[in-house]
Write a protein that binds this ligand. Structure first.
Ligand code: FPP
Length: 259
């Protein structure tokens, strides 16, 4: 069992949920079966994160590039998303979870947008944990969009080129409002960021897990958090030595694995 320090949790955990397709192929099943199993893992990890007291969990559920997958796979993902939002609605609302979405959500089919918008509004006052879904999302796309906005302001004469600063650009990048991720996890064994939270992840601690997303458990999340807690974050500055935790400050995952 992996033990972690309860008082030194990453405030914001972001996850690239990769490996659904391979999980299905290993079992001789269609890729969509992998996505369905992946949605059970989403449920499991949302619960684990909430119990742990993670303030923000951001999940890469559908990239801008994913629209290029075969139509039946895109349709299946959209249906799963809608199913997830409907089946988790009560749990999200009753457990103080605020649901947010980032990305070009106008491109989502109406049946998904409807439940997404409804749940986002109904959960907006919840404060226990923010669950953000990156949907039709691309890191480069949102940075380019912010740059276009500033370029227009310069053209209109409302912004001086000298005012095109990091802060000015960041104000127009939607995912920046979520705060920078402290820990960015990618499952499925690949070692890349794939256009996820490019701006915010500038100083994120990266953790790559070999576990395929549908198999990802609370124990895997604890392992990533333990690795994070062993890192020294410097943000380009000099080392800060943190005292190590006492045994009474350590927690492990003890609850039965939820489905
Ligand atoms: C990447 O695996 C995963 C996705 C493109 C979609 C993630 C979707 C889910 C986890 C399920 C639905 C989401 C929610 C929020 C209910 P891949 O298909 O690229 O896997 P591969 O690399 O093994 O092919």
């Amino acid at each position: 069992m992996t033990l972690i320090e309860a008082r030194n949790l990453p405030r914001h955990v972001a996850i690239v949920m990769d490996g659904n397709g391979r999980w299905a192929e290993l079992r001789g099943r269609p890729r969509t079966a992998g996505h369905r199993a992946g949605s059970h893992a989403v449920r499991r990890i949302v619960r684990t994160a909430r119990r742990l007291g993670i303030e923000q969990l951001t999940l890469y559920a559908f990239s801008e590039q994913n629209w290029g997958r075969p139509d039946d796979e895109v349709d299946a993902l959209m249906n799963l998303l809608q199913e997830f939002l409907v089946s988790e609605r009560d749990e999200i609302l009753q457990n103080g979870i605020q649901l947010r979405a980032v990305g070009n959500t106008q491109k989502l089919p109406p049946h998904v947008r409807e439940v997404l918008d409804e749940l986002s509004v109904r959960s907006s006052a919840n404060r226990r944990m923010v669950l953000s879904l990156a949907l039709s999302y691309g890191g480069r796309e949102e940075i380019a969009c912010a740059a276009r906005t500033l370029a227009q302001q310069v053209r209109d004469g409302t912004l001086d080129p000298a005012e095109v600063t990091e802060e000015a650009l960041a104000r127009h990048i939607p995912s920046v409002s979520f705060g920078d991720p402290d820990l960015l996890i990618r499952t499925g064994g690949e070692v890349r960021i794939s256009n996820f939270l490019l701006w915010g992840a500038a100083y994120a601690e990266l953790f790559f897990s070999r576990t395929l997303w549908p198999d990802y458990t609370a124990e895997d999340l604890y392992e990533a958090i333990a690795a994070y807690q062993g890192r020294q974050r410097r943000f380009g500055l000099v080392p800060f030595v943190r005292p190590s935790a006492r045994p009474s400050e350590l927690v492990g995952h003890t609850e039965p694995a939820p489905t």
